[in-house]
Design a protein around this ligand. Structure first.
Ligand SMILES: C[S@@+](CC[C@H](N)C(=O)[O-])C[C@H]1O[C@@H](n2cnc3c(N)ncnc32)[C@H](O)[C@@H]1O
Length: 304
């Protein structure tokens, strides 16, 4: 495998843990709300040859080739739908689908998206688009950098990226707008790096200082937190009684939303207090898995 091919793969996280959490039933119907490159869907279909999967993703560019490959292998056992999981209820109603034995959502972005979509990686120099699905979003990161106030920018960086220099970064972006507005990922990454170097000249970076800024913009552009908040109640509604809802998140804000929803939804019984995390072995093999957290809840009659 050459370097480019290596980058254009995505290693699914916590695969065994997902299968354990779903506790697959014979003839079960499962929903994979975040198909990606299909790693988890494939694992479900392989683990029990009597199960069927409905898989959803909003990123047509990744969905279409990967769905085609899997359809050739699994045929009618796999149904693929292009859509935003925030509109889950509507999508399933249109497709006359309900009563799932289990639902999986592996939130976030795949490594392929980070490497290939404009604006997502500070390691390449591309326009600041950041939309994961152009069919679902109309404004780009560039629009935000060009139009938002200092307060608006700083709050995105602070609240969604927990960026400690949020104010400085927002101020520098506004300053640059006057003469030479930021247009590319490299310009934004360099700006953030300059601020870090000025503020803490002796710091040794373990990750790129622009990581949090990019993450915050991506979450904001794609409305990632709002989408999860809309998805969770709809997913609970279309689960069968005893069905499992399994969610993997990579960001503390996402994990908090899932944890609070599981605790407050009377029809869900969280099956573990603490999230399930990757083993040291998995992290060693796939560094991108290091921040993954899996939570699982089972649908029950409303007891609370
Ligand atoms: C971490 S990847 C999933 C990887 C997948 N589990 C696998 O094994 O290949 C997350 C996927 O969720 C999709 N996604 C993110 N937000 C979405 C949304 N609101 N609706 C539908 N798909 C979404 C992304 O396009 C991406 O393909």
């Amino acid at each position: 495998m050459n370097e480019t091919q290596k980058q254009l793969t995505h290693k699914s996280v916590l695969v065994h843990e997902v299968l354990d959490a779903l506790a697959l039933k014979n003839d079960g119907l499962y929903l994979d709300a975040t198909f990606g490159l299909g790693g988890h869907t494939r694992a479900i279909l392989d683990a029990n040859p009597t199960c069927k999967v409905v898989a959803l993703d909003w990123d047509k560019i990744t969905l279409e080739p990967n769905a085609k490959k899997l359809k050739e292998v699994y045929g009618d056992r796999l149904t693929i739908i292009w859509g935003n999981f925030a509109q889950l209820y509507k999508i399933l109603k249109t497709n006359k689908l309900k009563n799932f034995d289990g639902i999986l959502a592996d939130f976030g972005t795949s490594q392929v998206q980070i490497q290939t979509r404009e604006g997502l990686s500070f390691n390449s120099n591309t326009p600041l688009d950041m939309r994961m699905s152009k069919g679902h979003h109309f404004f780009t990161a560039q629009y935000i950098l060009d139009h938002y106030t200092h307060k608006g920018l700083a709050s995105i960086f602070f609240e969604l990226g927990e960026e400690r220099y949020a104010n400085d970064i927002a101020k520098a972006i506004i300053e640059m707008r006057k003469e030479n507005p930021i247009k590319t990922t490299k310009q934004l990454a360099d700006l953030v790096k300059r601020i870090y170097v000025r503020r803490c000249p002796t710091m040794r970076f373990t990750k790129h200082p622009a990581t949090r800024t990019f993450q915050a913009l991506r979450i904001y552009v794609n409305k990632e937190l709002e989408n999860i908040k809309s998805f969770l109640p709809a997913a609970t509604q279309v689960l069968k009684e005893d069905g499992r809802l399994v969610c993997i998140s990579f960001h503390s804000l996402e994990d908090r939303i899932i944890k609070e929803f599981f605790l407050s939804e009377p029809h869900l019984n969280p099956l573990s207090k603490k999230p399930i995390v990757p083993s040291a072995e998995e992290i060693n093999e796939n560094a991108s898995s290091r921040s993954a957290k899996l939570r699982v809840a089972q649908k029950c009659q409303a007891l609370r």
